[in-house]
Design a protein around this ligand. Structure first.
Ligand code: CA2
Length: 149
């Protein structure tokens, strides 16, 4: 059976490509999903690509992923800065987790954007490489999944 990888997106990312293109680029979330699907297909992984504006929904998806996923790529968006329930749910996951931010959160005008509370629970973080960060995160998970086959 194919291993599952989750790519989870937090609030407002459904509007990717429609607002602030100078920061987030012109690609939509559907474009990101298509790019992720190529990586998943090339590596024999089943992709679960999702977006939510609701905290409880993200927590439920992490509980689902906790049980047997090969890995998680997560852009927690604004949850990054305050959601202890999502942090706790990430800590419950034993698989590799890559936190992705499209923008470089350390280079933003608002200083608070640099301080992710999720970093203590993730394997690594990619920030500032645009939507390519999702592809790189997924490739890393595919690389790890091959090693444990
Ligand atoms: O750079 C990222 O990927 C962010 O996680 C995006 C979050 C932001 O709160 C983080 O600081 C960095 C969400 C940005 C707001 O949502 C938008 C969605 C589409 C287009 C513009 C903004």
């Amino acid at each position: 059976m194919k291993k599952k990888v989750y790519v989870l997106n937090g609030p407002n990312l459904n509007l990717l490509g429609q607002r602030e293109p100078h920061i987030y680029g012109h690609q939509t979330l559907a474009d990101v999903e298509a790019a992720c699907r190529v990586v998943a297909d090339n590596n024999g992984l089943t992709l679960e690509f999702r977006q939510t504006n609701a905290e409880y929904q993200m927590i439920d998806w992490l509980h689902e992923a906790r049980l047997g996923a090969a890995g998680i790529v997560i852009n927690p968006a604004a949850f990054t800065y305050h959601s202890v329930p999502i942090l706790d749910a990430l800590k419950m996951c034993e698989c590799p987790i890559v936190e992705v931010h499209i923008s470089n959160i350390h280079r933003r005008e608002a200083e608070w954007r640099a301080h992710s509370i999720m970093t203590v629970a993730v394997t690594g973080m990619i920030s500032g490489l645009g939507v390519h960060g999702y592809v790189l995160g997924l490739e890393h998970i595919a690389h790890l999944a091959k090693r444990v086959e």
